[in-house]
Design a protein around this ligand. Structure first.
Ligand code: SAM
Length: 361
């Protein structure tokens, strides 16, 4: 990974949204100390995954014992309580969420209890297809599918499993059921930078957002020589198609992707650039891991243990929400942590030591 993009003295761009605000004020309990409104929570339902993506899962992963994983009822209660104090969007992730028994039924229950919930799922889609009709009927409208390559041998090499066909069938099933699909690929020089023609061909007839995300130096993500920038991805795509930026107002997304229309294509191309051009100024998310730890920034190892509070006979949900508010108020600027890690270790070291599979992406 190259550190060239990180100027040692670079400072955060001045963004009006970074003006100081009262952290955790009653008027806006999820306004952090940098003026960012935290309204999005990513909840991991398991740290287990059926794939072994090279940049994500370590060689001999250890998993959290079942009794330490938040029960579905606990997650549902937590989401309901966070909704009441301003959380609008919830993404369920993993590990791989569909390896957890009863996941589709859990999604049904969540949406039945709160039909207005903006609920999204991130999955590798290898186990998704049999659940698609049921999820669509329950009200799931958007699924993010992680797929780094359309080449079967490369897929097997990167993920450790020969399951590309399963993923492709799930994509078709989602589109057939009216579920909006975003495909997320981790940009990797040796895996997909030279294969843009495959991806553009794929989105020629399929109305999916194909987004490339820069490899993040999280856990096992600091992989020498593999990193490439979002700009390199766009340059490679321009060799095959004309790209026109999608105005943010029309992008139908509030997320960090920069999107492009491609002439003659049903789908769109996007890049997410957490490393070369960070979006900390507008980061509105918190993460809760499957063992109930709150993480306020992907680039920080700091976590807040919610599970003991949740399960404590005299504490419970109200205290959990207090901790979430206080922790959310001191959500750091991840880019500063990233710069510090590069100053301390150069580009060869992950910024946080926990693998992405146990954080949830
Ligand atoms: N199993 C699910 C999946 O594959 O989408 C959910 C969990 S996975 C950890 C969530 C996302 O994190 C995936 O899209 C994965 O590619 C991405 N990811 C994992 N490690 C990463 C890294 N070092 N840099 C960027 N993205 C990473």
């Amino acid at each position: 990974m190259t550190a060239a993009f990180l100027s040692p003295n670079a400072s955060l761009p001045q963004d009006p949204r970074l003006s100081r605000a009262a952290p955790g004020s009653a008027a806006d309990p999820f306004m952090d100390a940098h003026g960012r409104t935290v309204s999005y929570v990513r909840v991991s339902v398991t740290d287990r995954c059926n794939l072994r993506c090279q940049y994500c899962v370590c060689d001999n992963p250890t998993f959290t014992p079942h009794e330490d994983i938040l029960r579905y009822e606990e997650i549902a209660a937590l989401i309901a309580r966070l909704r009441a104090v301003g959380v609008e969007k919830v993404r369920l992730t993993g590990g791989e969420p569909f390896v957890r028994k009863g996941f589709a039924a859990f999604v049904e229950r969540l949406l039945a209890a709160d039909p207005g919930l903006d609920l999204r799922i991130t999955t590798n889609a290898t186990l998704l297809e049999p659940h698609v009709e049921r999820l669509a009927a329950a009200g799931v409208r958007r699924i993010n599918i992680s797929l780094d390559t359309l080449d079967r041998a490369a897929f097997a090499r990167v993920t450790g499993r020969d399951l590309l066909d399963h993923v492709l069938r799930a994509v078709e099933a989602c589109l057939g059921a009216g579920i909006r699909v975003k495909i997320n690929a981790v940009a990797m020089r040796d895996v997909n930078l030279g294969r843009m023609a495959d991806f553009l061909h794929f989105i020629r007839t399929r109305p999916v957002d194909m987004r490339f995300i820069e490899l993040m130096p999280v856990g096992h993500g600091a992989q020498e020589g593999r990193w490439c920038s979002g700009e390199e991805i766009l340059e490679a795509a321009r060799e095959h198609a004309e790209l026109t930026p999608v105005p943010r107002a029309r992008a139908a997304t509030t997320g960090p992707a920069t999107l492009y229309d491609l002439r003659g294509h049903a789908g769109r191309l996007g890049v997410i650039t957490p490393v070369s051009s960070h979006f900390c100024a507008t980061c509105n998310r918190l993460r809760i891991t499957s063992d109930g730890r709150l993480r306020t920034c992907l680039f920080s190892d700091r976590t807040y243990r919610l599970r003991p509070i949740l399960r404590h006979p005299h504490l419970g949900l109200e205290q959990v929400v207090r901790v979430v508010r206080l922790a959310g108020a001191s959500k750091p600027i991840g880019f500063n942590l990233l710069q510090q890690a590069f100053r301390d270790h150069g580009g060869d070291h992950g910024v946080c030591t926990t693998g992405m599979s146990s954080i949830g992406g």
